[in-house]
Design a protein around this ligand. Structure first.
Ligand SMILES: Nc1nc2c(c(=O)[nH]1)N[C@H]1C(S)=C(S)[C@@H](COP(=O)(O)OP(=O)(O)OC[C@H]3O[C@@H](n4cnc5c(=O)[nH]c(N)nc54)[C@H](O)[C@@H]3O)O[C@H]1N2
Ligand SMILES: Nc1nc2c(c(=O)[nH]1)N[C@H]1C(S)=C(S)[C@@H](COP(=O)(O)OP(=O)(O)OC[C@H]3O[C@@H](n4cnc5c(=O)[nH]c(N)nc54)[C@H](O)[C@@H]3O)O[C@H]1N2
Ligand code: SF4
Ligand SMILES: [Mo]
Length: 668
């Protein structure tokens, strides 16, 4: 239509694909939102969740005004107040807490609701303001702490392959990743590789929709992937297929690691992983003979007691085969470490060093906290030990502020709720963690009601509290310019003007891209093989077996229809998701006398959630599965699987063990 406006934006959600989208605006109002056909990674497609994003921005349960609690904590009863009243009350409470208990009694709890560098968790997002008050720091470990840490130990960075180069691979291993659900745009590149003859293997305790589409599925015992990596390398050595030149020039610790590999013949590995020795051998042979081999290993396999180690050891595989030489070889976990934006949180504004609170430890680290400030997070639905969190959130001496778009379970416990903008209503700068593009998100229309962006909320609060530090008042455009000014070669020539005009720009990495063909960003420049004794850490489920009354390992993977708890309130997606199910192997169902469709309690010492049994050989005996993402209050029984997830650290990066919890299943 003449006069229509096309506004380019980016999907802000915590998904590797960070899609480029096009919003059509008529008469100042966004009327459609579609995947950008020009973007090389998005290629015109969004996903089943975000196709409804515009509709979601207009949902009836959108928070549109500041609210003050009127009922007991948890009741979700509020009255509407003005921004002025909200800022007054917040200022008084924050000042009082700082005076009486010190700034560290404030915990700014920032989640992954948006990955924006301005409004979300990747950037400054209020930290300058918090530094003025001396608030505790927040360690956002909930998602990828373990994997990042494991990879960095081996290759010096968590960044690996350019996912687009999967098209060049001849063997593709989808390892602890549900591509078609949790970041489906990679699939087009996998299909390109297949057209060139590539073989695709999925390694997953669940036969997922991705495993269905692979050429082969290996149903691994949860948390045993590092042992499988050693077994595969055992076959590579037996075939004498190691790349001696690469080993000599670009690695260290080989002798020790080699001994550990030799201690893992396929029969032993079969015993640990539950995969037949024959299947381990077969994949080992493929790995030995196929260059390049691309490993897509993502978050699923690091949500275990030994999750960091799993990534650490798997990242060693291309060091042995020499796959890092080839653009279509290596490992892709996350591209985040390829992003070199200049995030300046202004830690110099802190009067003295402050402690750090750990995101997944909300239940146990909240005791001496007096103000919990939640933004872009929904801990009552997404964090471990959800029942304990709710007990903490109910504390009368805790002042809780939640900046939100929707009235989540966490909002129900807030003293003050501040209405937040959605992506079509604010500016932001994005990078993906599954590709190498920067994206600009231009607002497509005004916010509804009195919603404010994260940046604007903190500017207003700083002004209200009389703070004079100039950097607190940097505009969104100024912040974006600062981000692009790191001087890193990957950003050369990428000005804000250009980014705004073009909508997205690929960072300056070659195409095709073999990031470590000439060495690694470690102190020695070499890939560091894991020390023998640290190459495999068994899962909690194995270590606790025998001593625990609970005998089933629960996996709570990404839901196809929700994104973490985002969209958990969307009527259409909820309708399609139906009631929660738990997948149970026929043998486990028979042993417990469970029938298909029967409603059961899935429980352990942390609590219980309700689900309907789906008897299925998609899970092996001993493994049960129920996806994450439901809103507890909209779920039968009022709980989601996070009540049975223990607040237990994995081996590295304080990674939480979402897929490593023992439960039992009983009839209701
Ligand atoms: N639709 C949708 N997409 C999402 C999300 C969502 O909630 N919904 N969440 C987003 C976020 S925040 C993230 S971090 C990513 C997560 O996406 P993924 O990285 O795909 O992580 P998960 O879904 O947790 O697990 C992926 C697969 O790993 C398997 N798995 C579990 N334990 C093991 C193991 O020990 N070994 C192996 N080999 N496999 C194992 C699970 O069964 C699952 O099929 O997806 C993002 N994309
Ligand atoms: N059982 C189980 N639980 C898991 C996982 C698992 O595998 N299993 N995975 C974990 C993972 S990988 C992750 S990343 C975490 C995610 O956990 P969280 O970081 O808590 O993410 P969400 O649950 O999606 O909640 C994000 C909230 O932010 C809000 N929001 C979105 N954008 C904005 C914004 O711009 N401003 C403000 N103020 N709010 C905004 C949304 O409305 C939403 O309610 O969940 C973890 N939880
Ligand atoms: S959730 Fe992922 S796949 Fe869906 S639109 Fe956003 S970035 Fe794209
Ligand atoms: Mo995540």
């Amino acid at each position: 239509m003449p006069g229509d406006l096309r506004v380019l934006g980016a999907c802000p959600l915590d998904c590797p694909d960070t899609c480029s989208w096009v919003v059509t605006v008529e008469h100042g109002r966004p009327v459609s939102l579609r995947g950008n056909p020009d973007h090389p990674y998005t290629r015109g497609a969004l996903c089943v969740k975000v196709n409804r994003y515009l509709e979601h921005t207009r949902a009836d349960d959108r928070v549109l005004h500041p609210l003050r609690r009127t009922g007991p904590k948890g009741s979700g009863r509020f009255e509407r107040i003005t921004w002025e009243e909200a800022l007054d009350e917040i200022s008084v409470r924050l000042r009082g807490i700082v005076e009486e208990h010190g700034g560290e009694a404030i915990w700014p709890y920032l989640g992954t609701g948006s990955l924006g560098y301005l409004q979300g968790c990747e950037g400054v997002a209020g930290r300058r303001f918090w530094n003025m008050l001396g608030a505790s720091k927040h360690y956002l470990n909930i998602c990828s702490g373990a994997g990042n840490s494991g990879l960095r130990r081996t290759t010096g960075t968590a960044a690996g392959m350019d996912p687009e180069n999967f098209a060049l691979a001849r063997l593709i291993v989808l390892w602890g990743t549900n591509t078609l659900t949790s970041g489906h745009h990679l699939w087009k590149f996998i299909q390109e590789a297949r057209a060139g003859g590539a073989y695709v293997v999925a390694i997953d305790p669940i036969r997922t929709r991705t495993a269905d589409q692979a050429d082969e599925h290996l149903a691994i015992r949860p948390g045993t992937d590092a042992a499988l990596a050693l077994g595969l390398l055992n076959v590579v050595l037996a075939e004498n297929a190691q790349d001696e030149e690469f080993l000599a020039e670009h690695t260290e610790g080989w002798d020790d690691f080699r001994e550990e590999i030799l201690r893992h013949p396929v029969e032993r590995v079969a015993g640990i992983t539950g995969i037949s020795a024959e299947a381990v051998h077969r994949l080992g042979i493929r790995l030995a003979r196929t260059r390049p081999t691309a490993l897509r290993a993502t978050h699923g396999l690091q949500r275990h007691a030994g999750g960091g180690t799993a990534l650490r050891t798997i990242a060693a595989i291309p060091g042995v085969t020499g796959d890092w030489r080839h653009p279509g070889g290596g490992i892709a976990f996350s591209t985040s470490d390829h992003v070199h934006l200049a995030v300046d949180r202004r830690d110099d504004l802190l009067a003295r060093p402050v402690r750090t609170r750990v995101m997944t430890k909300l239940a146990s680290q909240l005791d001496d906290v007096k103000c919990l400030w939640v933004y872009a997070a929904n801990p009552a639905g997404s964090s471990p030990d959800a029942n304990a969190i709710k007990r903490q959130l109910a504390r009368e001496d805790l002042f809780t502020v939640v900046m939100e778009q929707f009235s989540t379970d966490t909002v129900d416990y807030a003293d003050i709720v501040l209405p937040a903008t959605m992506q079509t209503e604010h500016m932001d700068l994005h990078a993906g963690y599954g590709h190498l593009y920067l994206l600009w998100n231009e607002p497509a229309g005004p916010p509804p009601g009195e919603c404010l962006s994260t940046t604007e909320t903190f500017r207003r609060l700083a002004r209200h509290m009389g703070m004079t530090e100039p950097s607190l008042y940097d505009s969104d455009v100024e912040l974006a310019e600062q981000l692009l000014s790191s001087g890193h070669p990957s950003l050369e020539g990428i000005s804000l003007d250009r980014l705004r005009k073009e909508g997205w720009v690929r960072m300056n990495y070659p195409r095709p891209f073999a990031p470590f063909a000439d060495g690694f960003p470690t102190p020695s420049g070499r890939l560091r093989f894991p020390p023998a004794k640290e190459a495999y850490v068994p899962p909690h489920a194995v270590r606790a077996a025998g001593s625990s009354p609970y005998r089933l390992t629960l996996i709570t993977p990404a839901s196809h229809l929700f994104l973490n708890t985002t969209f958990g309130n969307n009527p259409e997606l909820r309708r399609r998701a139906k009631d929660p199910v738990v997948l149970v192997n026929p043998a486990d169902a028979a042993e417990r006398g469970l029938a298909g469709g029967q409603r059961v309690r899935v429980h352990n010492d942390g609590g219980e959630f309700l689900a309907d049994v789906e008897i299925s050989d998609r899970v092996a005996a001993g493994v049960v599965a129920s996806p994450k993402g439901r809103w507890p209050k909209l779920t039968p029984g009022g709980a989601n699987p996070n009540v049975v997830v223990a607040e237990r650290d994995g081996d590295m990066g304080r990674g939480p063990a979402f897929h490593d919890n023992l439960v039992e299943i009983s009839p209701v």
